[in-house]
Design a protein around this ligand. Structure first.
Ligand code: NAD
Length: 475
């Protein structure tokens, strides 16, 4: 059993004011594998004070110093590779290869990329006799979800540190252990006292007081719309800046000239990755009506090959969902899809054969989905695909944009002009053409109800900065 029953405040592990602890459950075994402190408003206040005490010093640090600190963090992070991978698999249930290649690597990339971003980022600019200075915003409150435990924490912390902003992190209570390892990494990297503070606990007792605290200058949040709304409301009391990364219901558009085998494999991957617990999942698969029969057959072949099982076994691609709550939620969406008249084409409710323990679900495909059905409108956060047919390109674009979300969009096909037209027409923050990758510095964030602000690279750094104009500076 792993115990992290203290909070990390002002460079030290200190007792929480609360004597309560939170049990952290391994979703594969359904057993408690760790406990962490279940903090409260007093812990938050101590952590914010520690950060507030150093924010002016941190702001004044030379860029070179911040870059070196980020590099030391990345070096220490690499030393904890095995622990991080093992812990992510314990708390999230992701297969070991996914914990390494997606989760561990994402965290490392964020620290390295933030250090590199500082090489070229312009913090000052002269305009006539005036100087424009970009300086750190001050104490940042960071609240993260469970689906990418090292990615979201490292992303926010690295951008704040690059800017020179101290932070108070409240990670998800479902995956708090990787955040405790991060605290140890920062200690080992010699991050000065007060720059990083960790308060474990739930949304109500830690997340709310953090959002309300008058010495917090900005809240950076990733998670559900419901919690994002609460954070925005609390932040409104003293006009804190908010950056929100919320949910999605992203379209995956297959053009009529696409290679259907590749398109089917890619569409399935976009839905089952991380057991479907991905905010950018391409869960609405849009296909030309005339290709429906041929394409859904290929989808079935592709999804049948996906290996679901114990994340510690070789060759497993998909582990359990994070919790019993998420399991029940996904089951009820599958039931609702059937009740509203969609055709259950593959998968369905219940656990896959032989996987009775653990929150495992069956990768599922619905066909004959109308975009007005609940399964096409709400974020399911499980491996459930809705196949929707379209008549022509403009119909596809209309359906793609008929959602309250706007986080991502995918388009596959051959005709470059059509691909580019669709990419420009989808209202979303990230569009991926033919599964292409891109640099780690591309801005990431949402249109509409998918969020406010951007993360990653120079755009992410900007979020943690205030802008000052000094007239007469060079006069
Ligand atoms: P959640 O909103 O329930 O929890 C996220 C975090 O917010 C947790 O740390 C939780 O304790 C905290 N929280 C809950 N209520 C709060 C409140 N009232 N005030 C302050 N903090 C509060 O989300 P989740 O279930 O952990 O994560 C899943 C959701 O996150 C999905 O909707 C998914 O789309 C979204 N998500 C978005 C992105 C993105 O970048 N856009 C990335 C990952 C996940």
């Amino acid at each position: 059993m792993v115990n992290y029953n203290k909070q990390f405040i002002n460079g030290e592990w200190v007792n929480s004011t609360s004597s309560e602890t939170i049990d952290v459950i391994n979703p594969t075994t359904e057993e408690v594998f760790a406990t962490v402190a279940d903090g409260n408003a007093e812990d938050v206040d101590k952590a914010v004070k520690a950060a507030h005490n150093v924010y002016l010093d941190f702001r004044r640090t030379p860029v070179k110093e911040r870059k070196e600190m980020l590099e030391r963090i990345a070096d220490e992070y690499e030393k904890r590779k095995d622990d991080l991978i093992d812990t992510i698999t314990n708390e999230l249930g992701s297969p070991l290869s996914v914990s390494e290649n997606a989760h561990y690597t994402a965290g490392l990339n964020h620290f390295r990329t933030a250090a590199e971003t500082l090489d070229s980022f312009e913090f000052e600019e002269q305009r006539d006799d005036a100087l424009i200075v970009k300086e750190s915003i001050g104490v940042a409150g960071l609240i993260t979800p469970w689906n990418f435990p090292t990615n979201q924490t490292a992303l926010k912390i690295s951008a704040a540190f690059a800017a020179g902003s101290p932070v108070v992190l409240k990670p998800s209570e479902e995956t708090p252990v990787t955040a405790c390892i991060l605290a140890e990494i920062f200690e080992a990297a010699g991050v000065p006292k007060g720059y990083f503070n960790l308060v474990n606990g739930d949304g109500e007792n830690v997340g709310v007081p953090l959002s309300e605290h008058p010495d917090v200058r900005m809240m950076s949040f990733t998670g559900s719309g419901r919690a994002g709304q609460s954070i925005m409301e609390k932040s409104a009391a003293d006009f804190k800046k908010v950056a929100l990364e919320l949910g999605g219901k992203s379209p995956f558009i297959v053009l009529d000239d696409a290679d259907l085998d590749e398109a089917a494999a890619s569409a399935v991957n976009r839905v089952v990755r991380n057991t479907g617990q991905v905010c950018t999942a391409g869960t609405r698969t849009l296909i030309p009506a005339e290709l429906k029969d041929e394409f859904i057959q290929k989808l079935k072949e592709a999804i049948s090959k996906v290996k679901v099982g114990n994340p510690r076994e070789d060759g497993i691609e998909v582990g359990p969902l994070i919790s019993k709550t998420q399991f029940d939620r996904v089951q009820s969406y599958i039931e609702q899809g059937q009740a509203e008249g969609a055709t259950l084409y593959h998968g369905g409710t219940g656990k896959p054969d032989g996987l009775d323990t653990g929150y495992f679900v069956k990768p599922t495909i619905f066909t004959d989905v109308d975009n007005s059905m609940t399964i096409a409108r709400e974020e399911i956060f499980g491996p459930v695909m809705s196949v929707i047919t379209y008549e022509d390109l403009e119909d596809a674009i209309r359906i793609a944009n008929d959602t309250v979300y706007g986080l991502a969009g995918y388009v596959v096909g051959k005709d470059k002009e059509k691909l580019q037209h669709v990419a420009r027409s989808i209202e979303a923050g990230t569009i991926i053409i033919n599964d292409c990758g891109g640099p780690n510095t591309l801005p990431f964030g949402g249109y509409k109800q998918s969020g406010i602000g951007r993360e990653w690279g120079d755009y992410g750094l900007e979020e943690f900065l205030e802008v000052k104009s000094i007239k007469g500076y060079f006069a």
